[in-house]
Design a protein around this ligand. Structure first.
Ligand SMILES: O=C(O)Cc1cc(O)ccc1O
Ligand SMILES: [Fe+2]
Length: 441
């Protein structure tokens, strides 16, 4: 494997970056984007992440200075899409609470792309509206193979195994408890060192942004400087046997062969970039008096819809923290939500479900489906002494929360064989405690 230790990154969110591989000083044109002849005989190529005319705050594009333009490839041909496919209209949806046991890791050699499986989703990549939830499970590196997604952005949440990600912008190492976002059109290749598994949120509408902070003020939650973007790194490598560029286009997989590595960018500048973020850096804000805050207080990134405050998808985490609320039932409340809640567990356990919800597994509570703490959690938390308490040291669960109605794929509901038929029983022990003659405090 290539040298992936001690990487250095550019820091900031939504910034205008520029980067040159130190092996090619001066590769970046200084005064314009498209000189008649670029330094070192490079080709200039723009990657647009928003419409040319998008408002200035939202406008995203990057200029690559590369050895060959990306167009130097043979025609695309369809390849099997496997279980990585937006077919969520094949089976009838269910409003039931769903929980998945940890997803299997293949026993045969499988790379990151071949190990992608779609669990549920909504909308349509053609009309550029919707989102999808995938899991990946793999054990082999992608060799002479890169992937890009025409349909939207991928927010990748590793749960097991380190992802060594090479992109056109340079390299990223992404470990469990970190996430990375690879946006629409960005080519990347993943090397792994062993069994690897994780979750992916794909959004078709637009890009992830940091949530507004409102009364929190200028600082808090995920801090912009903790978002890390690769520094330029390139290889000038011929691959006569063929380098495979795989893409998902309108929900289907295609491949184009070329005779060189696509990671041939000695310099780039722009604000349309891949990035990673370490979840342990999240500045947790919560109630220090009483009651349970809505989980939106833990939003790391949000992909907004056109309706203010109503996301296509939020990425929310439940990090280790102090719990100090007085005269309060501290765990999550019972509720019914107008949003869909897909949850996964990276490590440790989740306070509302100490049992049954396991690292590498998942749950889905659909729009208006009742859910909340299991009976054991209710009984324990209702009687606990309310001293300041550290919640779930070393834990990290997360939620993909969407305003869209997530529907299941055949793989998610049946083929994966991980749906736990007994999930509903975790609420079975909730007793009637009503005592008419003793009103609550
Ligand atoms: O359902 C869940 O476990 C997620 C969740 C957590 C919380 O603290 C409040 C509401 C909520 O939906
Ligand atoms: Fe919930």
């Amino acid at each position: 494997m290539s040298e992936l230790k001690d990487l250095q990154y550019l820091s900031g969110f939504g910034s205008e970056f520029e980067s040159e591989d130190p092996r090619c000083p001066g590769a970046l044109p200084q005064n314009q984007n498209t000189p008649q002849k670029c330094p070192y005989g490079l080709y200039a190529e723009q990657l647009s992440g928003t419409a040319f005319t998008a408002e200035r705050e939202e406008n995203r594009r990057t200029w690559f200075y590369r050895i060959r333009p990306s167009v130097c490839h043979r025609p695309y041909t369809p390849i099997p899409s496997g279980n990585f496919i937006p077919e969520w209209d094949k089976i009838k949806s269910t409003p039931n609470q769903l929980r998945w046991r940890p997803f299997d890791i293949p026993s045969v050699a499988t790379d990151f792309v071949d190990g992608l499986n779609t669990v549920c989703g909504a909308g349509d990549p053609r009309t550029r509206h919707g989102c999808a939830v995938h899991v990946y499970a793999c054990n082999a590196s992608m060799t002479d193979k890169a992937f890009y997604n025409s349909d939207g952005d991928l927010l990748i949440v590793p749960q097991l195994g380190v992802l060594n990600v090479t992109t056109e912008y340079g390299k990223l190492i992404v470990k469990p408890n970190e996430i990375c976002v690879i946006q629409q059109g960005m080519k990347f290749s993943v090397e792994v060192t062993g069994e690897s598994r994780g979750y992916i949120l794909e959004v078709f509408d637009g890009h992830f942004v940091l949530p507004n902070l409102g009364p929190i003020g200028a600082n808090g939650l995920a801090l912009p400087r903790h978002f890390l973007t690769p520094k330029a790194w390139f290889e000038d490598r011929q691959v006569p046997a063929g380098y495979r560029i795989v893409c998902k286009f309108q929900g289907h997989m295609f491949q184009a062969i070329q005779e060189h590595s696509p990671f041939d960018v000695p310099a780039w500048h722009g604000n349309y970039v891949p990035y990673k973020y370490d979840l342990s850096k999240f500045m947790v804000i919560n109630s220090v008096s009483f009651d349970h805050c809505d989980p939106s207080i833990f939003t790391v990134l949000t992909c907004p819809s056109t309706k203010p405050g109503m996301a296509i998808a939020d990425f929310v985490i439940f990090p280790p923290r102090w719990s100090v609320q007085e005269h309060t039932f501290r765990p999550p409340y019972y509720h019914r939500n107008c949003m869909s809640e897909f949850m996964g567990l990276i490590q440790g356990s989740y306070e509302a479900k100490e049992e049954g919800f396991l690292p590498g597994g998942a749950s889905l509570h659909s729009i208006m489906t009742p859910h909340g703490p299991d009976a054991k959690c209710f009984n324990t938390a209702s009687n606990a002494k309310l001293i300041p308490e550290r919640i779930a040291e070393g834990t990290q669960s997360f939620m993909f929360e969407t305003s869209l109605g997530l529907a299941l794929t055949e793989w998610g509901y049946q083929t994966c064989q991980k749906v736990d038929p007994d999930y509903h029983k975790c609420w079975g022990g909730l007793k009637k405690n009503f005592q008419h003659d003793s009103p609550a405090a």
